[in-house]
Design a protein around this ligand. Structure first.
Ligand code: FAD
Ligand code: DHB
Length: 384
């Protein structure tokens, strides 16, 4: 069996790459370890930058996103008994974000691939990548797939990054001393905009998925299990961290999804080896406070698509050779922004009273200086 691009992983990166390549007449096969139902139900990110929305719309997979996605012109920062709005329409005119669940993006992409006769295979458990330096191929279930190029889109725990020989990659990483407990609840959002709340009890985030479904996150200890968080405890903690300004009441409802996400940062450089190119979480992870993970995956795929298009159309590998370098500028900007948002809004056990005053002072600066607020807004909506 032979294809031009063998893609490992049917997350947003792998599926979007396969779709964009198809639009340019380049063949691919996507191999995914999980079932279709599993990847379509996996609840993760929700904030799409303008550039991500534009990419999906231009690729013809944005109809439902435009219909059901929730455009946002600002976010709220809440701390020390005060609310402050970061107004995108004023600070970064013409740029905004859209709230639309990652699994909806995944559903739309799978539907588009299958409708176009795309080869996306689920429940393939034993994918291995071989001969990365020249004439690469993938093996799985006794089959062999020869390809010109392999795209490693299999997330942080995938097989593609570990298939690169030891000593090639330089790895940068940081573990945070806390995790996020994320929930979905059947209740109308209590606020029209996202609320990023810093309290002495820890961070909380109020987000949403639709007019009837709300999404929340709580900073929790790194080893927290969902069993320790019965529904009543979650609502009590969300109220304690969000009902901190006059007139705000948090509406509660049935919780139908709970998960704990460890908080870590990770970058592997370069994002390529021989004929293997890593995209998305396979190459880098950010703590979710800046809402950048999914958007970075889409940005990598845009760059990789251009490079592969040039390679297959002209035989020139110049854009492929510079793929990693082209992606890493954005990756490191997102790393810095995500670290900055995380340290601004979370409580750290290592912080003393002095450290907490510094954090509050910085929040006051961000919410009172237009220059500082613009820095936040510009990074949040995403670089062009
Ligand atoms: P993934 O979505 O991880 O997709 C990789 C795919 O590869 C998966 O379908 C996986 O099953 C498959 N795969 C793995 N190994 C193999 C293998 N050996 N063979 C075949 N297939 C394989 N970002 C935010 O901005 N906000 C958030 O709230 C947020 N929450 C998150 C919660 C969790 C639990 C996680 C893990 C991530 C979260 N992220 C969040 C990050 C964001 O979801 C990711 O950045 C995004 O999913 C990256 O897309 P991807 O396609 O690169 O990787
Ligand atoms: C959501 C996730 C994030 O990481 C974030 O910063 C904002 C919103 C969400 O899932 O809605």
């Amino acid at each position: 069996m032979r294809t031009q691009v063998g893609i490992i992983g049917a997350g947003p990166a792998g599926l979007l790459l396969s779709h964009l390549l198809h639009l340019r007449g380049i063949s691919s096969v996507v191999l995914e370890r999980r079932s279709r139902a599993y990847v379509e139900r996996r609840v993760r990110a929700g904030v799409l930058e303008q550039g991500t929305v534009d990419t999906l719309v231009e690729a013809g997979v944005g109809a439902r996103l435009l219909r059901e996605g929730l455009p946002h012109q600002g976010i709220e920062l809440r701390y020390d008994g005060q609310s402050h709005r970061v107004a995108f329409e004023k600070l970064v005119p013409g740029r905004s974000i859209t709230v639309y669940g990652q699994q909806e993006v995944v559903k739309d992409l799978i539907a588009a691939r299958l409708e176009a006769g795309g080869d996306v295979r689920f429940e393939i458990e034993d994918v291995a990548a071989h001969s990365l330096e020249a004439e690469p191929y993938l093996t799985f279930g006794g089959e062999r797939l020869d390809c010109d190029v392999i795209a490693g889109c299999d997330g942080f725990h995938g097989v593609s990054r570990p298939s690169i020989p030891p000593g090639v990659l330089q790895v940068f990483e940081r573990e945070y001393p806390f995790a996020w407990l994320g929930i979905l609840a059947r209740v109308a959002p209590s606020s029209e905009e996202l609320i990023y709340a810093r309290t002495e009890r820890g961070f909380a985030l109020h987000s949403m998925r639709s007019p009837t479904v709300s999404r929340f996150y709580l900073q929790v200890p790194p080893d927290a299990g969902v069993d320790e968080w019965p529904d009543e405890r979650i609502w009590a903690e969300l109220k304690a961290r969000l009902e901190t300004v006059p007139g705000f009441t948090l509406e509660t409802g049935e919780i139908f999804e709970k998960g704990v996400t460890p908080m870590r940062a990770f970058v592997a450089e370069p994002m390529q080896y021989g004929r293997l190119y890593l995209a998305g979480d396979a190459a880098h992870i950010v703590p979710p406070t800046g809402a950048k993970g999914l958007n970075l995956a889409v940005a990598d795929v845009r760059v990789l698509t251009e490079a592969l298009d040039r390679f297959f159309a002209t035989g020139s590998a110049d854009l492929l050779d510079s793929y990693s370098e082209s992606c890493l500028k954005r990756v490191w900007r997102a790393q810095h922004f995500s670290w900055w948002m995380t340290t601004l809004l979370h409580t750290f056990d290592s912080d003393d009273a002095y450290g907490r005053r510094l954090q509050l002072s910085y929040l006051d600066y961000v919410t009172s200086s237009e220059a500082a607020a613009t820095t936040l807004a510009e990074n949040y909506v995403g670089l062009p």
